[in-house]
Design a protein around this ligand. Structure first.
Ligand code: CP3
Length: 378
C-alpha cells in the first residue's frame, strides 16, 4: 500500500478525469473506453496467447498491469481502467467460476435455491481482502507505470478501479452463466424476496471490498458496473436492486486514504437505464454513465434536480466505430455538444469496445475528442 495515495503523490487529483468527475470542466474533455484493454488490441492477443485463462491473467500482477497500460500507451486515453473482471472477487472467495471466451462468466454451480443461497452467504466477504494481494500488487504496479507515462505525456494519469453491482453479478450467479434477459435473477426477486435480499446484501460486501481494495492500493476513481440494470422494471429496481448497489459503495467510502481525505470520485454505469437514471444518481455518486440510447442533454433533463449534481459519462454508440470516419466525427461532436448540458462530461462509448474494433479508429477518436473545444472557450 502506498504511504501516500496517487491522488496526492502523483497529483491525479488534478487530472482531466478526476477534475471532470468532481464537476470541474477541464479545457480538454477527458476520454477513456470501457473494455479499452482486451481483444481489440493485437498486443493484448499476443500477451494472452502465451497461455493461462482470463482469470489467471487477472490475478498475475505483471500481466494484469501490462495489459492495463497497453491502451493508455497506444490510444493516449486520459485514464487506465484496471484489467480485471467483475467476477474476480467471487473467485477470490472460492466460487468455481471461469470466463469462457465468446460467452462470459460461467459458474460450476448456479446459486438459485434458498439452500444454495444460504450456503454462499455463509462465506466470509473478508476473504476478498485477505486473498487480494495479487490485485493490490497489480494496482500498485500499474500506478507506478502510469506515473512514468504521465512524465512522458505531461499530464497526470489516473487508474480507474471498478466492481460489478450486485444485480449484474446475480444475473450471472443465479443463472450459472450469461443469459439474454436475466430471467433467473429477475424471477428470484419476486419468488423469494428474502433469499434475494440476502444474496444481494452478500454480493454488495464482496464486490464492495473488491473496489475498496483497488482504491486503497492506488486507483483514483471507481466505477460500479450495473451493466444489466436496464432489464428491471423501475419500481423493482428502486426496491430490490438499488439498496444493494448503495451498500456496495460503503467499503470504498469508509477508506481513509493517506494524503487524500476527500476520497475518490465514483461513477455508476448501466445499459438501457433511460428510465432509472435519476435513481442511479441518487446514491451519492459523482458521475453517471449513460448508454447511447439517451442523448446526454436529454439525460440531464431526466435527472431533474440532480441534473446539476452529477457529471455525465458517455455515450457514443459503439456501432459508430464501424461507420465512415466523417459520420463518426459528426456523432462524436454531437455527443460532446450534448454533454455541455451537464456540469462536466467524460467522453466514453455507450458500452464496451467490441472485440473486432480497428484500434486505429479508437486512437483517432481520442484525438477528435481532445481537439474539440466548447464553443466560446479560450
Ligand atoms: O478494459 C476494461 O474495461 C477493463 C477490464 C474489464 C473486463 N471486464 C475485462 C474482460 C472490465 C471493466 C470488465 C467488466 C465486466 N465483465 C462487465 C461489466 C462491463 C460490461 O461490459 O458491461 C461484465 C458484464 C463482465 C463479464 C464478462 N467478462 C463478459 C460478458 C465477458 C465477455 C466474454 C467474451 O469473451 O466475449 C468477459 C470477459 C472479459 N472481461 C474479457 C475482457 C478483456 C475478454 C476475455 C478474453 O480476452 O478472452
Amino acid at each position: 500500500m502506498p504511504s501516500t495515495h496517487p491522488l496526492a503523490l502523483h497529483d491525479t487529483a488534478s487530472s482531466r478525469l478526476v477534475q471532470a468527475l468532481r464537476g470541474h470542466r477541464p479545457e480538454v474533455t477527458p476520454v477513456w473506453f470501457m473494455r479499452q484493454a482486451g481483444r481489440s488490441l493485437p498486443e493484448y492477443r499476443a500477451l494472452r496467447a502465451t497461455g493461462g485463462s482470463m482469470l489467471d491473467a487477472c490475478l498475475d500482477p505483471a500481466l494484469a498491469s501490462e495489459i492495463t497500460m497497453q491502451p493508455v500507451r497506444r490510444h493516449k486515453v486520459d485514464a487506465a481502467v484496471f484489467f480485471s473482471d467483475i467476477v474476480v472477487p467471487l473467485k477470490l472467495v472460492g466460487l468455481d467460476v471461469e470466463i469462457v471466451a465468446g460467452r462470459g462468466p460461467v459458474f460450476a454451480e448456479p446459486v438459485r435455491t434458498a439452500a444454495q443461497i444460504a450456503d454462499v452467504v455463509r462465506i466470509d466477504p473478508a476473504l476478498v481482502t485477505e486473498r487480494g494481494a495479487e490485485v493490490a500488487e497489480a494496482v500498485a504496479r500499474t500506478t507506478a507505470m502510469l506515473a512514468e507515462e504521465s512524465a512522458v505525456r505531461g499530464e497526470p494519469l489516473p487508474l480507474i478501479g471498478f466492481a460489478g453491482a450486485p444485480f449484474t453479478l446475480a444475473a450471472y450467479l443465479v443463472e450459472g452463466g450469461p443469459s439474454k434477459d436475466h430471467l433467473g435473477a429477475r424471477s428470484l426477486i419476486h419468488s423469494d424476496p428474502a433469499a434475494w435480499s440476502d444474496l444481494t446484501a452478500w454480493l454488495a460486501e464482496v464486490t464492495g471490498r473488491f473496489l475498496a481494495l483497488q482504491v486503497q492500493a492506488g486507483a483514483s476513481a471507481g466505477q460500479l458496473f450495473d451493466s444489466w440494470a436496464g432489464a428491471i422494471a423501475p419500481a423493482d429496481y428502486r426496491r430490490a436492486v438499488l439498496p444493494a448497489s448503495a451498500k456496495a459503495l460503503e467499503p470504498v467510502r469508509a477508506l481513509d486514504l493517506p494524503g487524500a481525505p476527500e476520497g475518490v470520485p465514483l461513477i455508476h454505469f448501466g445499459v438501457g437505464t433511460g428510465e432509472i437514471l435519476a435513481d442511479m444518481a441518487s446514491i451519492g455518486v459523482d458521475a453517471l454513465g449513460v448508454d447511447y440510447r439517451v442523448p446526454l442533454d436529454v439525460a440531464v433533463d431526466r435527472l431533474g434536480a440532480r441534473g446539476s449534481e452529477v457529471t455525465l459519462q458517455g455515450n457514443l454508440d459503439p456501432a459508430l466505430l464501424f461507420a465512415p470516419a466523417a459520420a463518426r466525427k459528426a456523432a462524436v461532436h454531437a455527443a460532446l455538444e450534448a454533454g455541455l448540458a451537464a456540469r462536466a462530461h467524460v467522453f466514453n462509448l455507450g458500452h464496451g469496445v467490441p472485440m473486432d474494433t480497428d484500434p486505429d479508429v479508437l486512437t483517432d477518436l481520442v484525438s477528435t475528442v481532445h481537439d474539440w473545444r466548447a464553443p466560446g472557450a479560450a
